[in-house]
Design a protein around this ligand. Structure first.
Ligand code: NAD
Ligand code: UFG
Length: 341
């Protein structure tokens, strides 16, 4: 049994990963400042698994507090989810994004170095490919970003690469997620965005529960089969399991390794809307509008490297993603605020 520190473990992807780690018999320590999440997610994870999480309400910008966590626990490896993630907000508040995402990561890497813990799995993003030069996207292609959020991911990747060059004892896996959606099959944990969602799936689900009137589809003139944007949606449970595979294989991956976590398949906005409508049992209303500023047309992964290096591949399809996301949303229309169970 290992002890894994999960930063940002109360959040959407973090809570699903904590659940799978506990199910796999690992000890889990979570550090989260609850800036974009609720401790209720972890209480529910404990209820589902029948196991406990050691939760520290702490900001990663607090280096002294972080050092205490490493003193208190013998941490074997870290999964680093903590960060701010809204692209539009990062354009409005760049300093907040650079300060939080870079400051938190520098503190974490410093505390890990001091504690002699040198195995890290980092949440990167397909955003580091910008408007991709080739589809499907392989890991080696050119990296570029178009907004401060993406720039923080690219900079953190660079910091990790430099660190692994300076000290070959590090084992760092940079996981580049495509579009995480869905929820745990229990319907007890899921994505709980604050305010009006900017991403497709949470928006669609709020249309489905009647909180929003209809989906606005950004453009029907993209060079795709039906003219709407294409993305590589990946079930959050598959994504969580990808982290367990990365932890298991990290000892065999020297230095710093970037790996896509996607399905390798693209799905259009309209195809997603129709799949969600089938699960909800009625056609979800939509209208077309012009393209969203900064959007790209087509983005999906080449998932070969994950298969080769991690022995991992996504197994859940679009219908599972929609059914599971809908179960969570319909049982928790106001997210974790719905219930105090
Ligand atoms: P989330 O907002 O649900 O989770 C992030 C967690 O980090 C939150 O619980 C938040 O409170 C915490 N946090 C933020 N700053 C912190 C700090 N300074 N100290 C302590 N805790 C802090 O987001 P998510 O969707 O679960 O994403 C997790 C990671 O994956 C993020 O780094 C995100 O950039 C990355 N990612 C997400 C997506 C996506 O579409 N959801 C796609 C690609 C990459
Ligand atoms: N879309 C709509 N209407 C909406 C929301 C989205 O039509 O209300 C469309 C978009 O135009 C796009 C698709 O649905 O074609 C997916 O959009 P999302 O906003 O859900 O996801 P993106 O791929 O645009 O962005 C996501 C994350 C970013 C990350 C990027 C690349 O939000 O943080 O993936 O990984 F940078």
């Amino acid at each position: 049994m290992s002890t894994i520190l999960v930063t940002g473990g109360a959040g959407y992807i973090g809570s699903h990963t904590v659940l799978e780690l506990l199910n796999a018999g690992q000890r889990v320590v979570v550090v989260d400042n609850l800036d974009n999440s609720s401790a209720e997610s972890l209480r529910r994870v404990e209820r589902i698994t029948g196991k406990t999480v050691d939760f520290h309400l702490l900001d990663l910008l607090d280096r002294a507090g972080l050092d205490l966590v490493f003193k208190r626990h013998q941490i074997d490896a870290v999964i680093h989810f903590a960060g701010l993630k809204a692209v539009g907000e990062s354009v409005q508040q760049p300093l907040r994004y650079y300060h939080n995402n870079l400051g938190a990561t520098l503190n974490l890497l410093g505390a890990m170095t001091d504690a002699g813990c040198k195995t890290l799995v980092f949440s990167s993003s397909a955003t580091v490919y910008g408007d991709p030069e080739r589809i499907p996207i392989v890991e080696d292609q050119a990296l570029r970003t178009t907004n401060p959020y993406g720039a923080t991911k690219l900079m953190i990747e660079g910091i990790c690469r430099d660190l692994a060059i300076a000290d070959p004892a590090w084992r760092i896996v940079l996981l580049r997620y495509f579009n995480p959606v869905g929820a745990h099959i229990s319907g007890e944990i899921g994505e709980d965005p604050r305010g009006v969602p900017s991403n497709l799936m949470p928006y669609l689900m709020q249309v489905a529960v009647g909180k929003l009137p209809k989906l606005t589809i950004f453009g029907n003139d993209w060079p795709t089969e039906d003219g709407t944007g294409v993305r590589d949606y990946i079930h959050v449970v598959d994504l969580a399991l990808g982290h367990l595979a990365a932890l298991a294989k990290a000892p065999t991956l020297p230095g710093c390794t970037a790996i896509n976590l996607g399905t390798g398949t693209g799905t259009s906005v309209l195809a997603m809307l129709h799949a969600a409508s089938r699960m909800v049992g009625r056609l979800l209303l939509y209208l077309f509008s012009q393209r969203r500023a900064g959007d790209i047309g087509i983005c999906y992964s080449d998932a070969t490297r994950a298969k080769q290096l991690l022995g991992w591949a996504a197994t859940r399809g679009i219908d599972d993603m929609c059914a599971d996301h809908w179960r969570w949303q319909s049982r928790n229309p106001d997210g974790y605020a719905t219930s105090t169970r």
